[in-house]
Design a protein. Structure first.
Lengths: 319, 607
């Protein structure tokens, strides 16, 4: 009874299928790992000296090292300086709205188990406008990796107080210094139920890569906070964690039991600049697994039936 | 006439009375929300559907958790049933307040059956005007079931009474009762059957007339009976939607509950989210992943979704958004009907953000519109809003069994490699480009970014005014292309005349019934129904030009300037035609035929 003509079941695509290389040339075993040149796209719009460059470079390195193909990654971000990330990566990507990258990425993750879903963003995107989504994506243990480049300031809008700005930080919205207590991302993630919680800093590239790789390998919601200095609006914010600036980069002791939630919380409570490494890691059922189980159970009851026959059974009950 | 209260000892003379043949009846059940009134109303509707009758129901439920007055109205007819009926032929009143509040809904000379255990006060003039039959429903139910049930089951006793009065098909009703109650422990079904039989075998007083329905017009056709919300959810499943996300809100929740329950059978899933914004975002993520996904809401929830909707327009992502309208603004009248979301559906959000809006007219239409919405979203790569309302959402209708083998479609994404891809190709015909799902290998090595920033053809950000102009036109031109494909609506009734009644959404039934009445009175009134609210179909002006008055009938406010409601304003803006006026109301109830006819008469009197 449709009044609009719709003569095709499979959508014709607007991308050109002409001049497609022969299937042999597309075979996975013949592909070489992607080079940095092949995975980089637009030149980043970040200011010279921005910590985010380091995270991007290490993301490229991760893709190269782990032989992930362009089409197998999805890079998702919200709004902010760091959220420009997907434009700089030569892969399928989405630049979504402010604060809502996580629910978007959840939709991708739950629909497509074949993809690696990476979400990048800043502290305002993650903990202020997107705070609610952070809590629930963590609680539901959705399989994806979330890297928050925390610079403790709103950079894109040019220096307003962020939810992680320390007390006394002078911004355009707190000219006399921020009065509100900052949020502790590690504590928030642990209490919300994230199953992989780690902390790193952009000035230590090897550590960033190590944390991102561990996060990617974790089956569940993996969260990495990466201190990433905004040289324009909060210069020197993370000097205390940078040995080159006279600070100390203290990694978490090997004795720390990463499955101990209380120990992780206590660790997160350490005075500034705190420690770096994996705070918490636990193996718990993911949202993806839970839903897959529900689907498998239901599918078992309708084995051999076409979709229209399953629907017909329901309609026959409404006669 | 005085109230006839049944004596406890039944007489056995009534069954000899001959039944009056009727073509339709409007039955209103009035009680409290926990009495199971909706359940027996549902039984009557299902029975009518299985008996090849047309049926339409109307119900109100209080927006409180438990308790509060509630009604269920069923109109069963052998002919075409377009509305749930202006006035009732029979009122079943369970309490004094039900009796007091709903007596006026009866036709003069109509029958009221009341529970004489609860209804004890009568005004003499009412005893004159209506036929009263008192039955001690509560105590007779307790007697029939015995034990601890209190008066639970009195709804089923009442169903038995109605079955007797209207000579309903007892084997079919027994089967319905079995289907409803047999999954629970066996005493539940036994109690239900005892209550039903007690009601059925109860000897009604001599004042009670017995009726018999003429055979329905749908003989030999299998019918299904369901609510609009159910029909819409099943339609989405038939259309191939396998992922969705939502947040609970009345009256949208039924749809998400059904999808949550049913989608796993089809390998799909529906997610309950932390809020409305997450819901639409997750659904957009599902669409981005390759398969048109659904979100939905009512009232305030729709307001919350508008920013993300703008993204879907900008990124040209197919998406289904269901808006089950209710009384607004703000929390408004959550359990009442209103058509006041037309503006937000067509224009809600910042910036120029063209999207498609489709409004189903009735329960059956909910099923087919859902399929059409999915296909339009796919074909034009655009968000589509399904604009339904509380009236259609909760009412139950019988309709012809759809041809599911033909209708059910597979819309799995095509992930085979392509040579290259420009997500926002400006040279695409009519501006229609389609989203390429992640997982698709692109041989050129140039991968798309989908984005809410204004972008170039590959999805990369731009500040170019020239590109913004071109892309804005691209997004708008897709809707123009669609408008060219929408059939011009057909006129219901004569092709020209005095008054053209324009309906959209659930106003269709009342408007068409009003047209029939008016024609019977010899007035030149016709109707036209607008299903595509945005973009509007082309060619309406030619139809309008053949009538002296164009009256847009809709359930919303006449607006600051008073020339009509939201659709009337839209039509005026498009056609600059001062003959377009509106008939609006905001009482939270469906249209009564006489309300429409009164306005038609006053228009003609002025002329």
């Amino acid at each position: 009874m449709s009044s609009i003509s719709f003569p095709f079941a499979v959508l014709p695509r607007t991308g050109s299928a002409a001049n497609l290389p022969p299937p042999a040339a597309l075979a996975d075993q013949d592909r070489k790992p992607l080079t940095k040149k092949e995975v980089s796209a637009d030149h980043p719009t970040w200011c010279p000296g921005c910590g985010d460059f380091s995270v991007l470079a290490l993301y490229f390195k991760l893709i190269e090292r782990r032989k992930i193909w362009h089409e197998k990654i999805t890079t998702v971000a919200g709004i902010g300086c760091s959220s420009r990330f997907p434009y700089f990566v030569q892969a399928h990507g989405a630049h979504y709205i402010h604060g809502r990258a996580l629910p978007f990425a959840t939709g991708v993750s739950l629909s497509r188990p074949d993809l690696h879903v990476f979400v990048f963003g800043g502290d305002g995107d993650a903990f202020s406008i997107g705070g609610n989504h952070f809590v629930h994506a963590a609680r539901k243990n959705v399989k994806l990796t979330y890297v928050v480049m925390d610079n403790q300031v709103y950079g894109l809008t040019k220096k307003q107080t962020s939810p992680t700005s320390p007390i006394g930080y002078k911004s355009k919205t707190d000219i006399w210094g921020s009065a509100d207590r900052p949020l502790n991302p590690m504590k928030l993630a642990i209490t919300a139920g994230a199953t992989f919680v780690a902390r790193t800093t952009a000035t230590n590239p090897n550590h960033v890569l190590e944390m991102m790789e561990a996060a990617m390998d974790h089956d569940g919601f993996s969260f990495v906070e990466c201190l990433s200095e905004c040289v324009e609006f909060y210069e020197g914010a993370f000097d205390a964690a940078n040995p080159r600036k006279g600070g100390k980069f203290e990694t978490i002791s090997k004795d720390h039991d990463v499955t101990d939630e209380y120990a992780a919380y206590k660790l997160a409570d350490a005075p500034w600049p705190g420690q770096f490494g994996v705070f918490y890691k636990a193996s718990k059922p993911t949202k993806n697994q839970n839903e897959a189980k529900i689907i498998a159970d239901h599918r078992a009851k309708v084995t051999g039936l076409a979709d229209w026959q399953i629907l017909q059974k329901s309609f026959d009950r409404m006669k | 006439m005085s109230a006839v209260v049944e004596s406890p000892t039944p007489s056995n003379q009534t069954s000899q009375r001959p039944a009056v043949k009727i073509t339709e009846a409007v039955i209103r059940l009035a009680g409290n929300s926990q009495d199971g009134i909706q359940a027996i109303g549902g039984f009557l509707a299902r029975l009518a559907g299985r008996s090849e009758q047309e049926v339409m129901t109307f119900m109100t439920i209080p927006s409180t958790i438990s308790g509060g007055p509630s009604i269920f109205q069923v109109r069963v007819g052998s002919g075409e049933v377009l509305t749930s009926g202006d006035e009732a032929d029979l009122l079943m009143a369970f309490y004094q307040h039900s009796y007091n509040d709903h007596l006026a809904s009866l036709k003069a000379g109509g029958i009221v059956i009341y529970d004489s255990d609860h209804v004890t006060e009568f005004k003499p003039e009412n005893l004159e005007k209506y036929r009263h039959i008192g039955v001690a429903i509560s105590s007779l139910t307790v007697e029939a079931i015995g034990g601890t049930g209190r008066d639970k089951g009195k709804n089923v006793f009442a169903l038995g009474l109605l079955a007797k009065m209207f000579d309903l098909n007892i084997p079919k009703l027994h089967r319905l009762l079995e289907e409803r109650f047999s999954s629970k422990d066996s005493s539940v079904l036994t109690n239900a059957m005892n209550a039903f039989n007690a009601g059925y075998n109860y000897e009604l007083a001599t004042a009670a007339q017995l009726f018999e329905f003429q055979p329905g017009q749908n003989v030999g056709q299998a019918q299904v009976v369901m609510s609009g919300n159910e029909a819409l959810a099943w339609g989405l499943i038939a259309a191939g939607v396998r992922f969705g996300a939502g947040y609970p809100i009345t009256p949208w929740s039924d749809i998400m509950e059904l999808l949550r329950r049913e989608l796993p059978k089809y390998g799909g899933l529906f997610v309950q989210c932390e809020d409305e914004i997450a819901s639409i975002s997750m659904a957009i993520g599902g669409s981005y992943a390759g398969r048109v996904s659904v979100t939905g809401s009512s009232g305030p929830g729709i307001s919350l979704k508008t920013e993300a909707l703008g993204w879907a327009v900008m990124a040209e992502m197919p998406l289904i958004i269901v808006d089950v309208q209710r009384g607004g603004p703000s929390t408004g009248m959550p359990t009442n009907i209103e058509q006041s979301d037309l503006n937000i559906a067509c224009f809600g959000g910042h910036g120029d953000s063209p999207r498609v809006v489709l409004a189903p007219a009735n329960v059956e239409d909910c099923f087919y519109c859902a399929i059409e919405a999915v296909n339009v979203a796919r074909k034009f790569s655009v968000p589509v809003i399904l604009l339904t309302d509380q009236g259609i959402a909760t009412r139950i209708e019988a309709f012809r069994m759809p041809d599911l083998a033909r209708l059910v479609q597979d819309i799995s994404p095509d992930l085979s490699p392509v040579a290259d891809h420009r997500p926002y190709d400006l040279s695409a015909i009519g501006g229609v480009t389609r989203h390429l799902a992640p997982g698709t290998r692109i041989a050129s090595g140039k991968y798309p970014v989908v984005t809410g920033l204004e972008h170039d053809e590959l999805g990369h950000p731009t500040g170019s005014g020239k590109l913004h102009t071109a892309m804005t036109a691209k997004r708008r031109n897709k809707l123009r292309l669609l408008a060219n494909e929408i059939p011009v609506p057909t006129v219901f009734g004569a092709d020209k005349g005095e008054v053209l009644l324009v309906s959209w959404g659930s106003s269709q039934g009342p408007v068409q019934e009003a047209v029939k009445y008016a024609q019977a009175e010899g007035i030149l009134v016709s109707g036209i129904h607008i299903k595509y609210v945005n973009p509007l179909p082309n060619g309406l002006e030619a139809i309008f030009s053949r009538f002296t008055h164009v009256l847009v009938v809709e359930l919303n406010d006449e607006g600051v300037y008073g020339y009509g409601g939201q659709m009337a304003s839209l039509l005026r803006a498009r056609y600059c035609d001062p003959r377009i006026t509106g008939l609006t109301k905001s009482d939270g109830l469906t249209w009564k035929i006489r309300e429409i006819l009164q306005k038609v008469h006053s228009l003609l009197a002025k002329a």
